[in-house]
Design a binder for this molecule. Structure first.
Ligand code: BGO
Length: 267
């Protein structure tokens, strides 16, 4: 049986370099249906039955750009067997914003922290075990440019895809936000697969006007939106963005050690 692995990451994270290294000349390039966004897929080198789907480079799974809509429609609609989330290790804080959303999709994820060569040169350290523990997914260090770690990342992704193990996303927002998300999740039982409830609950709370078309039916969550906006005195989209940044800061604080000497000499 063939296995589908999606490659997702921010623009400039090294996604194209990794895709080329993983698939070689075995690539098919076209457009996503109805839009002029490039669609690239290829066979993983040495694995006739593993397809790597290169998603457009995105910063978020929000509905604001064509690329974001294409990427998330694919992830929700086609449900790849696993996702390789490539992040630029030299810019990890910014890249984690997308990661926290990818982790909510209920699809097995492996994180490939790219630019290992630059991190080493800069003397910066990312504590992979801690990061893995915090995020609830496997994390590997790679240099897409030098080719280091990429075989290991791909093999782990194939293993995850074949295991088809559903992952439980970390619930790390503030207690009040989690309480309201959970109330919306309960209303999605039977409407979306259990492992996708968090993703859809958050999108409904964010008043994402394109998400209803991805669901059998969308419950009215205006009462929960009002409860959240009253509790935090802000609009739900800003509240959730803020919750993500607070969560990301706690991850960075625990998992990244910057070379202070280098930072001081360049600031
Ligand atoms: C240029 N290490 C290093 N050092 N660089 C890397 C690595 C890595 O592991 N991986 C990727 N890059 P894309 P998206 C460039 O093109 O794959 C570099 O958008 C340049 N080009 O080589 O394109 C990669 O698909 C001139 O850099 O990313 C590329 O995600 C000067 O990161 C850039 C310097 O990679 C983005 C770099 C004309």
């Amino acid at each position: 049986m063939s296995v589908k692995i999606a490659l997702a990451g921010n623009p400039n994270s090294g996604k194209t370099t990794l895709f080329n290294a993983l698939t070689g000349s075995n690539q098919f390039v076209g457009n996503w249906p109805g839009v002029t966004v490039e669609k690239k897929e290829g066979k993983l080198k040495g694995h006739k039955d593993v397809v790597i789907m290169d998603l457009p480079g995105i910063y978020s799974l929000s509905p604001y750009t064509l690329e974001e809509v294409v990427a998330r429609n694919y992830l929700i609609g086609e449900r790849p067997d696993a996702i390789i989330n490539i992040v630029d290790g030299t810019n990890i804080e910014r890249n984690l914003y997308l990661t926290t959303q990818i982790m909510e999709l209920g699809i097995p994820v492996i994180m490939a922290v790219n630019m290992a060569d630059l991190l080493e040169k800069n003397g910066d350290k990312i504590h992979l075990n801690k990061l893995s523990e915090k995020l609830g997914c496997e994390v590997v260090s790679i240099s897409a440019l030098k080719g280091t770690g990429i075989k290991e990342a791909a093999e782990k992704a194939v293993k995850l895809a074949n295991a088809r193990k559903v992952i439980e996303p970390a619930h790390e927002f503030s207690a009040k936000a989690e309480e309201i998300i959970s109330a919306v999740e309960n209303r999605l039982t039977g409407i979306v697969p259990a492992e996708q409830e968090r993703f859809f609950a958050i999108k409904l709370l964010e008043k994402d006007d394109k998400i209803a078309s991805q669901m059998k039916s969308a419950p009215d969550v205006s009462a929960e939106i009002k409860e959240m906006e009253d509790a935090f005195d802000d609009d739900t989209e800003s509240i959730i963005t803020n919750e993500r940044y607070v969560y990301i800061s706690s991850i960075i604080g625990d998992c990244v050690t910057k070379n202070r000497a280098k930072e001081m000499s360049t600031s």
